[in-house]
Design a protein around this ligand. Structure first.
Ligand code: NDP
Length: 256
């Protein structure tokens, strides 16, 4: 068994049709996995799958819906015969003062960022158990948190709540499923240049300067900065790593 080799493995990346999800999918495909890119926007999905060549397919799914999550997993296993790696990455943000959110906005952010990870993990579980039992390295769940899993920001109440929750969800899954040879970890990205943060830059004056000042690496991350950590956490190289959360942030969590 080679430490960072994913040959023969099958992965689902939710929100894999763009941004950080696509950056991680590139890493997984480069290490030999076949990757299902899941999202709602089929045009973006087709473009992303083409970028990855024969290693990837797009499957349409709204991961806030239980039936879509179950279908995504069932279709993946029907097509590729197995499921070894689940990356819960789909996410969204709505920026407001905490006192101004509607209940619907609160639920939209929580459902997209947190409930989706629960629904996909639950649907994937029997197939991850089968993968873990094959003893070709552990089966893997990788949840995408944020540096806001750790610290606050004034215009991110539901976002920060969802990202804090996903860190605790990661620990729960890790402790419950260790017996099945399933490892579960979270990645906490810093500020990465994607559609999500492009809209933030348009809405929040001075954000670009604040990010550069807050990040010791003095640059925004790019989605491909997440490729390596995705491979590590999806591969046998991390079989004794579980229940933890690893920043990938150019050092911003290290700064007081
Ligand atoms: P993008 O907006 O670029 O991508 C978000 C992805 O999520 C899209 O592919 C989108 O696809 C998918 N998505 C959103 N809602 C749903 C849904 N209901 N069902 C299925 N897919 C959905 O954002 P990022 O790449 O920046 O964000 C990816 C993850 O990384 C998120 O969890 C985000 O919170 C996290 N993150 C991002 C940071 C950053 O600086 N960019 C920092 C820290 C964390 P579609 O629209 O087709 O459904």
């Amino acid at each position: 068994m080679k430490l960072f080799d994913l040959t023969g493995k099958v992965a689902i990346v939710t929100g894999g049709n763009g941004g950080i999800g696509l950056g991680m999918a590139k890493g997984l495909a480069g290490a030999g996995a076949r990757v299902v890119l899941a999202g709602r926007n089929a045009a973006k999905g087709a473009k992303a799958a083409a970028e990855l060549g024969g290693a990837a397919v797009f499957m349409a799914a709204d991961v806030t819906k239980k039936a879509d999550c179950e279908k995504l997993v069932a279709d993946t296993v029907a097509r590729f015969g197995r499921l070894d790696i689940l990356v819960n990455n789909a996410g969204t943000a709505i920026r407001k003062n905490p006192q101004d959110y509607t209940e619907a906005e609160w639920h939209k952010v929580m459902d997209t960022n947190m409930t989706s990870a629960f629904l996909c993990s639950q649907a994937a579980y029997p197939h991850l158990v089968a993968s873990g039992a094959r003893n070709e390295g552990g089966a893997k769940v990788v949840n995408i948190g944020s540096v806001m899993s750790l610290f606050g920001a004034p215009h991110a109440a539901p976002y920060a709540a969802s990202k804090g929750a996903i860190m605790q969800f990661t620990k729960a899954i890790a402790t419950a499923w260790a017996k099945d040879n399933i490892q579960c970890n979270a990645v906490l990205p810093g500020w990465i240049d994607t559609e999500l943060t492009m809209s933030a830059r348009e809405q929040v004056a001075g954000l670009n300067e604040a990010v550069l000042a807050r990040t010791p690496a003095a640059r925004w991350g790019v989605p491909e900065d997440l490729s390596g950590i995705a491979v590590f956490l999806a591969s046998p190289g991390s079989d004794f790593v579980t229940g933890t959360a690893i920043p990938c942030d150019g050092g911003c969590c290290a700064r007081a």
